[in-house]
Design a protein around this ligand. Structure first.
Ligand SMILES: [Zn+2]
Length: 119
């Protein structure tokens, strides 16, 4: 699970999560301390972001925006978003992250949902 979480958080950081990229910090990775996890980055000094559990990190707007994107679903056919590469059961136009964050909160296994979107 730590390996999967690391890949998920790496991708989110690469997409701007926590502002690490915008601040031109060097991303140093994820440290797991039991349930707790710490995202680390550095420039002159080390900066850290702590979460009590991975769910505390992934069920946030900031994470979902970075992971799924802030654009509106781009329909190429009736129920398919070309940005997300996923078919939907709804034609309601939402931003990709809003749709996926809602989906995520309804899953008993949110990590396998996130894994689908790993690049
Ligand atoms: Zn989409």
């Amino acid at each position: 699970m730590e390996q999967l979480l690391t890949r998920i958080f790496d991708q989110a950081v690469a997409n701007g999560w926590l502002g690490i990229k915008d601040l031109t910090l060097r991303y140093d990775g994820v440290i797991f301390q039991g349930e707790k996890l710490v995202i680390t980055a550095s420039k002159l000094q080390q900066q850290t972001w702590s979460f009590a559990s991975y769910t505390q990190a992934i069920f946030t707007e900031e994470f979902a925006k970075a992971y799924f994107g802030t654009k509106f679903h781009h329909w190429v056919s009736f129920v398919h978003c070309s940005q997300c590469g996923v078919n939907y059961d709804s034609t309601e136009t939402k931003k990709c992250w809003q749709y996926h964050l809602k989906q995520l909160t309804m899953r008993s296994d949110p990590l396998s949902y996130l894994e689908v979107f790993l690049k």
